[in-house]
Design a protein around this ligand. Sequence first.
Ligand SMILES: Cc1cc2nc3c(=O)[nH]c(=O)nc-3n(C[C@H](O)[C@H](O)[C@H](O)COP(=O)(O)OP(=O)(O)OC[C@H]3O[C@@H](n4cnc5c(N)ncnc54)[C@H](O)[C@@H]3O)c2cc1C
Length: 580
Amino acid sequence: MTEPSPRSPEDSGATTQDSGATAEVTRADAVVVGAGLAGLAAAAELAEAGRRVVVVDQEPEQTLGGQAWWSFGGLFLVGSPEQRRLRVRDSEELALQDWMGSAAFDRDEDHWPRKWAEAYVHFASGEKRAWLHSLGMRWFPLVQWAERGGYLAGGHGNSVPRFHVTWGTGPAVVEPFVRRCRAAEQSGRLSFLFRHRVTGLTRSGGTVDGVEGEVLAPSPSTERAEKTSRETAGDFRVQAPVVVVTSGGIGGNHELVRANWPADAGQPPAEMLSGVPDFVDGLMIGHTARAGARVINNDRMWNYPEGITNHSPVWSHHGIRILSGPSPLWLDAEGTRLPVPLFPGFDSLGALYHITRNGHGHSWFVLNRRIIEHEFALSGSEQNPDLTGKDWRAVLRRALPGATGPVEGFAKRCEDFVIARTVPELAAKMNALTADGAGKELVDADALARTLVDRDREVASKLGKDLQVIATSQARRFFTDRAVRVARPHRMLDPKAGPLIAVRLHVLTRKTLGGLETDLDGRVLTADGSPLDGVYAAGEAAGFGGGGVHGNRALEGTFLGGCMFSGRAAGRAAAKALGD
Ligand SMILES: Cc1cc2nc3c(=O)[nH]c(=O)nc-3n(C[C@H](O)[C@H](O)[C@H](O)COP(=O)(O)OP(=O)(O)OC[C@H]3O[C@@H](n4cnc5c(N)ncnc54)[C@H](O)[C@@H]3O)c2cc1C
């Protein structure tokens, strides 16, 4: 690789880069690979500590902020004023009990993940809200109850509601970090290099001294997160004593998802939807491993079983996750109810494993109009225009009868929804949707009718033994659930609550729970546990801290916070190390 005159970040901005046959070379104190939330958090810390930072991203400028922009903006906070106003009694001890029960750390590799978990729960119970509040973030007052668990006290799940939706959703989570980085850019301490794709870490004298890669041709695409071309227009290098890897997970790369599929989860389905854009390709994790980093827990992922096909896709295989209240019946591909406690919103991974272990790629929610109106929400900033647009009037309409506009839109336009007046008609439509080449009908109409009638008898008894019916009634003791999330228990076959609805659910790839192993400073570790000199990692690429802060299962709303917390830690530690 040839090296024309090296440039400093001050003169290496995205607009002035030269490209072509020769490699462009930039020098800085630190290079951050990935301009998602974790990268922005790390870069802001470095720049504000007076370091010269280059942030490199393979995507064009309009994708700045990565996945977080698309997120629902749900944050795991413990003991918040929002919880207290809703009379939710939470504590760090209870949150740690829930985290450890969900993580179920069970490997030698879990040394640093466990330490990160303790630190993260402490952060979420302490300074997290005040820090983010000082950066301008605010939260919707109705805290939500995600991942309810349904096991014993020491098992998986949130004992209390902790999912705080950021007012303005994903874009409002990203905004303060973009603002800080743009301010640093203005003052000349930070520059962005978009359409720069890192393909490796470079070394001199045995030490990592930067990154190298390809300058990608300008993409004709103008929409955020659309798939962009990989056509190259030249090479580049950034020379820096500090490299921070914040390149995200593997969820957009189904080949990698399949290759790392957990051994105890059966086979990955032949068809899966993507809950993340194509740029979440996971390749940078491999490049960092080739430089000596240790990747751990790569079979731990947080994919969802409740994906539906996006009728207006932005990225490849674009799927949307349904966030459902607890009332819909969850049936496997053959129409049998999932076992206790695999009710909607209780144990995502448990439900996913149950489905894929049985060899099926899909399952069903069966519900009725009244339930969809109360209980269906969709994950993603663009699916919640009222919250994303900070439109109070539109948000208040959620408490009125009727589904939200986007849910209505999916019910009408998404191929996975079927609607019927009677059970035989519903079963026929379900079977028509999934008929294989041999025309085999998977759902038996009589068995489906029995399932619904049995469940309705339990509701009518007002007491009953059906744990889903009991859990649904129990949920309504909490204000948010009663107000906007959980329908009053009623007979599924009540004609006044109809028509009946069935939704075919696909496996949706999303988060990567394992990744680059790091210590509490975000330093990337090698196979013998020693740090890979000058290399840091944060966000999803580092399993949100340590190489897998969530262990086996997550409590939800913990990913964005994990990016901000681990990005901040890596940025601060790297800035300090540069000063030594
Ligand atoms: C629809 C949706 C809803 C979500 N909702 C929530 C929620 O409510 N709560 C929550 O906690 N989490 C949520 N998440 C998860 C959360 O948004 C992500 O886990 C988090 O934003 C990941 O941030 P990151 O910075 O680690 O990675 P990313 O956002 O993936 O950013 C990585 C960046 O690195 C770049 N990159 C990758 N490889 C290279 C390379 N070789 N060279 C140069 N650049 C590279 C990519 O282009 C990308 O811009 C949601 C995610 C989605 C998609």
